[in-house]
Design a protein around this ligand. Structure first.
Ligand code: NDP
Length: 243
């Protein structure tokens, strides 16, 4: 019960990593708000299974919609303790083939979407609260076949640093949780087999990561145990790089 009664909002928690984090938070006693952009039924299933009281549409591209969602959460719970900015997309292409439309789409969801959610949560975020931004090995590694995605995720790390400076005096910790290669449909759909095999060969732990590998880190960053950890990147990637 490391998150007992903490109000935790996870963007994009209808499936994938966001769903896994929401389930992990609920199992630690949090009151989790499930949000989705398209998969309403899936989100409602997840909410029912973990006993979440609120399921909301939250499209991070829509400023008014984001504001409306946080207002609803605040009206229901009166405060927000933890925000996980997880919602994300990818549009894979070599650098010279990435279109400007793809670039704008990915930056809008993966970087500006995080900026929007962070601004709109501020009036409701408690002192000693937490913001966890989901980064990516791609952001730390420069792609390889994801220029817009890599830049958005590197941008998320800079946003984390800047916001941690802004909120530090309130005891609010802002960190990036940066997953490596996670085995799911998202990864399968967006990563060339040759790239995956190259990265698999580089990993110190010789397997792709799973959702379960990420949940413990997310719980730690949301919990009181991480009160002195801010403006950092927690890279859970099987040892994809060594400093
Ligand atoms: P999935 O595609 O499985 O899930 C994406 C989630 O984001 C869904 O809940 C989806 O909602 C939501 N979403 C998509 N677009 C929007 C939007 N415009 N507004 C709000 N929500 C949106 O992705 P993953 O679980 O794999 O990825 C989650 C995060 O982890 C992303 O930030 C991704 O970049 C990052 N990541 C993933 C890795 C991986 O290997 N899987 C590796 C490193 C980082 P809906 O279902 O309603 O459409």
């Amino acid at each position: 019960m490391r998150l007992k009664d903490k109000i935790c909002v996870v963007t994009g928690s209808s499936r994938g990593i966001g769903e896994a984090i929401a389930r992990g938070f609920a199992s630690e006693g949090a009151k989790v708000v499930i949000t989705y952009s398209t998969q309403k039924e899936r989100a409602e299933e997840v909410a029912q299974e973990i006993g979440a009281e609120l399921v909301l549409h939250l499209d991070v591209r829509d400023r008014n919609g984001v504001r409306d969602a946080f207002n609803k959460i605040a009206a229901f719970y009166g405060k927000i303790n933890v925000l996980v900015n997880n919602a994300g997309i990818n549009r894979t292409a070599d650098f010279d083939k990435q279109t400007e439309e793809e670039w704008d789409e990915v930056i809008n969801v993966n970087l500006t979407g995080v900026f929007r959610c962070c601004q709109e949560v501020l009036p409701f975020l408690t002192d000693h609260g937490r913001i966890i931004n989901i980064g990516s090995l791609s952001g730390e590694y420069g792609g390889p076949r994801t220029p817009s995605y890599a830049c958005a995720k590197m941008g998320v790390m800079a946003l984390t640093h800047n916001l941690a400076r802004f909120l530090g005096s309130r005891g609010i910790c802002v960190n990036t949780l940066s997953p490596g290669i996670i085995a799911n449909e998202f990864t399968e759909a967006t990563m060339a087999p040759s790239v995956r095999s190259l990265l698999d060969n580089l990993l110190l732990i010789k397997r792709a990561g799973t959702y379960a590998d990420l949940v413990g880190g997310a719980v730690f960053l949301a919990s009181d145990e991480s009160a002195y950890l801010t403006a950092q990147t927690l890279s859970i990637n099987g040892g994809a790089w060594v400093r």
